[in-house]
Design a protein. Structure first.
Length: 317
């Protein structure tokens, strides 16, 4: 194993910072949770969102219940890891570290492990719902978390770390991670390009088609406020747009054709077998309210139960 040399610089202590001060310091560099988004691996954030966050132009972060409980459970999971490894010291220091050469490369570590034989390592603590259990099965680590720990190993110069993960509130798992130098160099290349070519010159990265960007734009612009027509850029995209819409329609019809092929064979049967596959055309029941009948017979109740939902609809004609 290579020398386990800790070389990170303490950029700022965070314990006494206000939330706004903490956000300001986060904007001055790329942290572990940013890396997965910049690489296109995050389910929740896109490169475009990270770019806006660094410029202070993204909508304010809204803590979800999952994130809140993750914060509340972090000390308990850390205690569990410490109980499982009494031979190690587990320390916590509320600071933002930065790399000694690329000081925009930052890290906010959950905990640090001190082993008498291996030296220092990093402990990252995660919580996951039961619905995400499969992401952690068979020793797997979600990519968006794996690159985060590799980034922290780069920032600190350390060679190893662990994930301590609580799944579904009652399943505890541990995962060891060793430094991957090839991956780290690729992460540095991608993030350096993002920082130098987008954040510093304030040039937005290309808009992508991720669900994260869809959600971001809806949060930033929830309501149209003027009917005035404006001139847009990107006419070259329109032909591709209509071409892809036509392909999508044709593919949908081909998929339906295959489904109909098997339905015509199943007829009144609900299950069929072909090779290793089971094909089902089962019976389902769905209960719903007959809104027309409700309005005719109970107009007052109908009015009381009306719920108005506002959204923006996109179209190209």
């Amino acid at each position: 194993m290579q020398a386990n040399t800790f070389h990170a610089i303490e950029s700022i202590q965070t314990e006494d910072l206000t939330y706004e001060e903490w956000l300001q310091h986060r904007r001055s560099g790329i942290g572990g949770s940013d890396v997965a988004a910049i690489c296109g691996l995050s389910k929740w954030r896109s490169p475009y969102q990270v770019y806006l966050e660094k410029l202070g132009e993204a909508p304010e972060f809204e803590m979800t219940e999952a994130a809140e409980w993750g914060n509340r459970l972090e000390p308990l999971v850390a205690d569990k890891f410490a109980d499982e490894h009494p031979e190690w010291a587990i320390t916590e220091k509320k600071v933002i570290y930065c790399h000694p050469k690329l000081q925009w490369a930052t890290g906010n570590l959950d905990r640090m492990i001190i082993c008498p034989f291996r030296g220092r390592g990093i402990l990252e603590i995660k919580t996951a719902s039961e619905y995400l259990k499969q992401d952690w099965d068979d020793g797997n680590i979600p990519d968006y978390y794996y690159v985060q720990l590799q980034w922290y190993l780069y920032v600190t110069g350390l060679q190893w770390g662990y994930f301590a993960t609580l799944i579904g509130g009652n399943k505890y798992r541990e995962y060891e991670v060793l430094r991957d130098e090839d991956m780290i160099q690729e992460l540095v290349r991608i993030t350096d390009e993002f920082w130098s070519q987008h954040v510093i010159p304030k040039l937005a990265p290309p808009i992508d088609g991720s669900e994260a960007t869809v959600t971001l734009l809806s949060r930033m612009y929830p309501n149209g406020q003027t009917m005035e027509k404006i001139t847009l850029e990107g006419e070259q995209f329109l032909h591709e747009y209509f071409h892809l819409k036509q392909i999508t329609k044709e593919l949908g019809e081909e998929i339906t054709q295959i489904e109909n092929h098997f339905k015509s064979q199943l007829m009144n049967h609900t299950h069929g077998i072909i090779g290793e596959y089971q094909i089902k055309w089962g019976n389902r029941t769905r209960n719903g309210v007959d809104s027309k009948l409700l309005k005719e017979n109970f107009p007052d109740v109908y009015e009381q139960c009306l719920k108005q939902t506002q959204y923006r609809h996109f179209s190209i004609k």
